[in-house]
Design a protein around this ligand. Structure first.
Ligand SMILES: Cc1ncc(COP(=O)(O)O)c(C=O)c1O
Length: 381
């Protein structure tokens, strides 16, 4: 079976893990955690990085530190992994779901601008969703597939309404924007180092940014809000810190971030070039923005394709030894968010049933890429 996306542990992972275990520092204090934070800050061009137990916990801590609380709404795209919405929900808030741009699959700044202007009002210095009377507490675009949307537009909207700009950058390790790093683009961005990401800690995440106070608060919250040296705590904090074991793997992975992202981009280009004949039967490809980390690659079936056909194709590929999968089902169609405020999301609606993610591990061989391409072509051409 050619897997969809599996970790590539061919570097110093074992060496650092043995060192970590020998040191007995296996928990959330240790040199590897500090080193991983420095490496993550540098890789994203950020002044500060806080390592967390997962991307989800990182987002939850970041939203909490940004003041998101009970009854609030946070603007997110409906086309995202459910963890973006769950992190909002864990603050006692709800996602305010909006559409994506067709060219990046990221939250559409035009949709956000339009909806905030038409569906919200300013009240006592706050932005309030008119229909529900709930406060809009933050703006959280998602770097879908490692694509970066028009961040100047989001900065403008955030400034206009005085909203914190938080980014779910779970898939974006290694991405760049206009030749620069992603760290400075938002107040805080959260990466994931889950097993299917370009680099992994087994599980893990990191919040990055340049705002000392905000990132300091996130650090405090993720470490139980303890006030040293005694057992005093000044907030209801979380136990969300990354462990030294996770960070040992993470440091070895970070050493290979550059080559791994290069491979991800090459896989994306390979499929588009090798499968270009499929354009004649209405098939297109997962989009990229300049500097995208190309976390996942895949194909988009023609408009109007039924989800059952997409699933059947995935099953047929599996029968032929290729792990291919459908992709994110939008949040507004998920049971826990059926009642969440949701605007016109027709781009996401028209897209998600037609997506097939193709094998894109950084360790994939040219032979395997060719096998996938040949098999996909045989099924679709
Ligand atoms: C867009 C997005 N947000 C959040 C997450 C959550 O990250 P984690 O699995 O590290 O909690 C993921 C990946 O799992 C993701 O793809």
């Amino acid at each position: 079976m050619i897997p969809l996306s599996v970790p590539n542990l061919t570097g110093n992972e074992k060496k650092y893990l043995i060192d970590c275990i020998d040191s007995t520092f296996v928990s959330s204090v240790g040199e590897y955690v500090n080193r991983f934070e420095s490496m993550t800050a540098e890789a994203t061009g950020s002044r500060y990085a806080v390592a967390t137990s997962s991307g989800t916990t990182g987002i939850h801590a970041a939203l909490t530190a940004a003041g998101v609380t009970y009854g609030d709404l946070v603007v997110i795209p409906t086309f995202t992994f459910i963890a973006s919405a769950n992190s909002v929900k864990h603050c006692g808030a709800d996602p305010y779901l909006m559409d994506i741009s067709a060219d990046s699959w990221c939250l559409s700044p035009e949709a956000v601008r339009d909806n905030l202007a038409k569906k919200c009002r300013r009240e006592n210095g706050m932005l309030v969703h008119a229909e529900t009377g709930r406060r809009i507490a933050a703006l959280m675009p998602v770097y879908t597939l490692g694509n970066i949307p028009d961040m100047e537009a989001f900065r403008e909207i955030a400034d206009e309404y005085t909203l914190p700009l938080i980014v779910d950058a779970a898939c974006a390790a290694g991405a760049t924007y206009k030749g620069g790093n992603i760290g400075p683009l938002a107040d805080v961005s959260i990466l994931s180092f889950n097993g299917n990401k370009t680099i992994t800690c087994g599980g893990g995440g990191a919040a990055v940014g340049n705002d000392e106070k905000l990132l300091g608060h996130i650090r405090h919250l993720t470490t139980t809000a303890r006030v040293w040296p005694d057992y005093d705590f000044d907030e209801a904090g979380f136990n969300y810190r990354m462990t030294n074991i996770q960070a040992a793997v993470g440091c070895a992975q970070m050493e290979n971030l550059g080559p791994f992202v290069k491979t991800k981009r090459r896989i994306r280009t390979y499929y588009e070039e090798r499968l270009s004949a499929l354009k004649e039967v209405g098939i297109s490809f997962f989009p990229t923005t300049p500097g995208s980390s190309c976390w996942f690659s895949g194909i988009v079936l023609p408009e109007g394709t039924d989800f059952s056909y997409t699933k059947k194709l995935c099953a047929d590929l599996k029968d032929k030894g290729i792990e291919a999968k459908t992709f994110w089902k939008p949040v507004h169609l998920q049971k826990p968010y059926a009642g969440a405020p949701c605007e016109d999301v027709r781009t996401a609606e028209g897209l998600w049933q037609r997506l097939i993610a193709l094998p894109c591990s950084t360790g994939i061989s040219d032979e395997e890429l060719e096998t996938v391409s040949r098999t996909v072509t045989a099924l679709l051409a």
